[in-house]
Design a protein around this ligand. Structure first.
Ligand SMILES: [Ca+2]
Length: 482
């Protein structure tokens, strides 16, 4: 029987805040070891919560990755990507199994702010069914829908004449507005997707924070390549990351400029985290709130001689993942978790932490046992599945079904497909460009070669391991789509 004063303490549902940045590489945060960036508030959360050191994206490009995190499903399963035939619109019935939809069904007030980034059936009607508070969809902050429609403060936050350099502050303002309008007797789930740290235009940088990094020399990873990387598989010449590198990251000056811009935007996000925590403390709910911090994918930024993401090297695939659970006895004290974790695990974990049943459609694992130390590690996975189905050429004609189909066939027949699939274990990485003839494979020993510069696939000493990882890839792919 519930306590007379209201909700029984044991029954109280925790609040959930899910923060996601755009294209923020895992190692651009202080808590992952970088000293030339400024992320003190995110680092503080990491120091109080748990930090995952072996989290990997199931797919490392915007829309498919976001769909995976909302639904707890792998890319081959939801197939909601940019290019034919993996360009499925997510049916509204399937979104009804997403973590926010399930939490709303369980009595939560749900909010979403920022870049929605999912190709969902019957937008914006479908999001209106599952969110009480919504300010987003487009990558530009000012395009709606924004609701509740009668919220004048929300309209002011998203006013048309607001300086676009404040795009991250706008998300912060909307986040605070959601919390200001939160009823005290209802749990909430707020998901915030920042446009930062993606895009590198002057118009995306918040002026006062630009000054902090103006003269700073940024760290350069050893696998950053000046000019063109002639060691890459030739098929990657068709990948946009390869040619964008030449324009954007292939000289020391270009690299430094972009690294500074990543850092500026990372700091602006960090300041919104400070505002969030201060507001939760003011509301007196930090001890019943879970904050998750991650990004939608990483970025090479010139590592391997590639600019952006999606290809299965660690700079894109490794996921920064911090979970702070403010409930008494749940704090992690900054504990590092090295178990193999997938971005498909986030949705089932959110539901589990909220005490809500995980739908069968979710194929990811529940991380809560890793967080509180109760997980039987003898039954935890030793590898995660990684996939890339993006092809730049088809993406350009994605709105025309007939053209997409024809171009897809032409690309595969012409041996220009760099679609790939593989596995990451704690020590090894294996993947194959499976539509290429002959199939191109890459194998790395991350313990000896953490920057993935020495492909071991032809080394006879690794033949047995190669066989195992090939088989593992097939097994995990089958399980992901069963
Ligand atoms: Ca992204």
């Amino acid at each position: 029987m519930a306590a007379a004063c209201g909700v029984d303490a044991d029954q109280a549902k925790p609040n959930i805040v899910f923060l996601m940045t755009d294209d923020q590489r895992w190692d651009t945060l202080g808590c992952y070891g970088r000293t030339d960036v400024l992320t003190p508030n995110i680092d503080k959360l990491a120091g109080q919560g748990v930090v995952f050191d072996n989290a990997f994206y199931a797919v490392a490009i915007c829309m498919p990755s976001r769909t995976t995190m909302f639904t707890g499903r792998y890319f081959s399963d939801h197939r909601s990507g940019f290019t034919y035939p993996y360009n499925r619109t997510l049916p509204k019935e399937e979104f009804a199994d997403s973590y926010p939809a399930r939490l709303k069904d369980a009595g939560y007030r749900t909010g979403f702010i920022g870049k929605f980034g999912i190709r969902l059936e019957k937008l914006p009607k479908t999001v209106a069914e599952h969110f009480d508070f919504f300010a987003g969809i487009s990558t530009t902050s000012k395009n709606g829908p924004h609701f509740p429609a009668d919220d004048e403060e929300l309209k002011t936050i998203y006013r048309k004449n607001r300086n676009p350099k404040e795009r991250t502050l706008i998300k912060g303002d909307a986040m605070i507005r959601f919390l200001e309008t939160q009823p005290a007797d209802q749990p909430f789930c707020l998901s915030v997707s920042f446009d930062a740290v993606k895009n590198d235009r002057d118009g995306d940088m918040y002026g006062p924070h630009v000054k902090l990094f103006e003269d700073k020399q940024m760290w350069v990873p050893e696998n950053w390549v000046e000019g063109k990387n002639t060691q890459l598989p030739k098929v990657l010449d068709y990948c946009r990351g390869t040619y964008l590198h030449m324009d954007r990251t292939s000289t020391p000056e270009l690299y430094q400029k972009l690294a500074r811009r990543f850092a500026v935007q990372g700091y602006t996000v960090d300041q919104q985290v400070a505002r969030l925590v201060a507001k939760l403390e003011e509301m007196g709910v930090m001890d019943n709130t879970i904050i998750i911090y991650t990004s939608d994918n990483g970025r090479y930024h010139g590592s391997h001689g590639i600019y952006d993401k999606a290809i299965l090297y660690d700079e894109a695939m490794k996921e920064p993942l911090i979970i702070f659970d403010g409930r008494p006895g749940k704090a992690g004290g900054g504990r590092r978790i090295d178990a193999m974790v997938s971005s498909a695990d986030i949705a089932p974990t959110i539901l589990s932490l909220a005490g809500v049943e995980v739908p069968k459609a979710m194929k990811g694992e529940d991380l809560s046992g890793l967080m509180d130390g109760t997980q039987d590690m003898s039954v935890w996975r030793d590898a995660v599945l990684m996939e890339n189905f993006f092809i730049q050429e088809i993406w350009k004609v994605q709105k025309n079904a007939a053209k997409s189909k024809a171009l897809n066939e032409e690309i595969i027949a012409g041996n220009r497909s760099y679609r790939s699939r593989g596995v990451r274990t704690e020590r090894y990485k294996y993947f194959k460009y499976f539509e290429h003839d002959p199939v191109i494979e890459e194998l790395y020993d991350l313990e000896k070669d953490p920057l993935e510069q020495h492909n071991l696939v032809s080394n006879p000493e690794y033949a047995e391991l190669l066989g195992k990882l090939r088989a593992k890839t097939e097994t995990l792919h089958k399980e992901a789509t069963r």
